[in-house]
Write a protein that binds this ligand. Structure first.
Ligand code: UDP
Length: 328
């Protein structure tokens, strides 16, 4: 299939592009390079532009005979979404609707959408299954939920076929160390711990050690970026016009901040100083997927179930590219 990967120069999108090419598909990347990197695109053509440019996207869809779209282009930082909600409403909602309208104009009706466990908010029951009420507690989660609703309406009214994949904590890198995670500023736990292992930071701050969890620190479900990609391939194969599928993507296993830091010490062989600090506003104590529906509907199971395996791939990237991508 010819697949337009919107946000294909970003962290998850760039891993998707490699998997698409390896599976015999033809990826075409559309990215505005606001947070993505040209060097991260290791297969297919890169078109630098805005997904909100409906005329341009319509042209790209037609010229490249696109069969399906994978949409990764989003602002995805909870804290930033609280401080600057307009950025999230404009990019994650308005620009995405423009993308859907470009698709509708040329009858491209298949889309796999990156959603998030942040659409659930702070669930009372863990693990989280797809029946858990979606009550986002920040603008980021709300904008993703809004697009899930839009896709459902587009499926009913315009015969779109979609999958909304609700990621838990994406982590890891391509095992060959060629592409990986590079955010500025970095806010995610595993890259921060590995940057500390590299001596780029003095210590890791643990955001809260008095949570009601087994060791007092927050628990998350870390899922390898290539496992996310494999689920997208399976979802794309199963798209049905007029229908939608919403599934969680996680391993079903939770690990605490302390457990992750310890796993990083083991993988890297570095001491990695850690300091207990304040809770980070907006952090739910525990987010773990009930991932059974994805297994059932997509025939998908994650290959990486042990955080050490995930961290090994991230360490291969960070240690070979301590400054991330070349910013020149
Ligand atoms: N975290 C931490 N110190 C850091 C960065 C993150 O203790 O420097 C914690 C954070 O509070 C959360 C977990 O690590 O409980 C994962 O955070 P991340 O930002 O990677 O992902 P999120 O769960 O927010 O999507």
């Amino acid at each position: 299939m010819n697949v337009l990967v919107v946000g294909g120069a970003g962290y998850i999108g760039s891993h998707m592009v490699r998997l698409l090419a390896a599976a015999g598909h033809v990826p075409v990347v559309l990215d505005n390079l606001s947070t993505g990197f040209r060097q991260a695109v290791t297969a297919g053509e890169l078109i630098v532009g805005e997904m909100s440019d409906r005329a341009m996207v319509t042209q790209v869809l037609g010229d490249h005979k696109i069969d399906a779209v994978m949409h990764f282009a989003a602002c995805a930082l909870v804290g930033e979404s609280v401080i600057d909600p307009a950025k999230y409403y404009l990019n994650n909602i308005s620009a995405t609707i423009e993308l859907l309208e470009a698709m509708r104009a040329v009858d491209v009706k298949q889309i796999v959408f990156s959603s998030t466990c942040a659409t659930y908010g702070e669930p009372k029951v863990v693990p989280i299954n797809e029946q858990t009420p979606q009550q986002p507690v920040n603008p980021y989660g709300f904008t993703k939920l809004a697009i899930e609703r839009a896709l459902s309406d587009y499926a009913a009214a315009y015969d779109f076929g979609y999958a909304a994949l609700r990621y838990f904590n994406a982590a890891g890198a391509s095992p060959d160390g060629v592409i990986g995670e590079d955010h500025d500023p970095e806010s995610h736990l595993i890259p921060i711990v590995l940057q500390t292992a590299l001596g780029q930071r003095d210590h890791v701050t643990i955001y809260g050690s008095d949570w009601d969890t087994p060791d007092g620190t927050c628990v998350r479900d870390y899922i390898h970026v290539d496992d996310l990609g494999a689920a997208h391939l399976a979802a794309m194969d199963r798209l049905k016009l007029g229908e939608g599928l919403c599934v969680n993507l996680g391993t079903g296993n939770g690990f605490s901040v302390r457990q992750i830091i310890e796993a990083c010490r083991k993988v890297t062989g570095h001491a990695i100083p850690a300091v207990e600090g304040e809770r980070r506003p907006g952090d739910p104590p525990e987010l773990v997927a009930d991932a059974r529906l994805a297994k059932e509907k997509l025939g998908w199971t994650p290959k990486y179930t042990d955080p050490e395996q995930i961290i090994e791939t991230a360490w291969a990237w960070h240690s070979a590219n301590p400054s991330g991508y070349d910013k020149k």
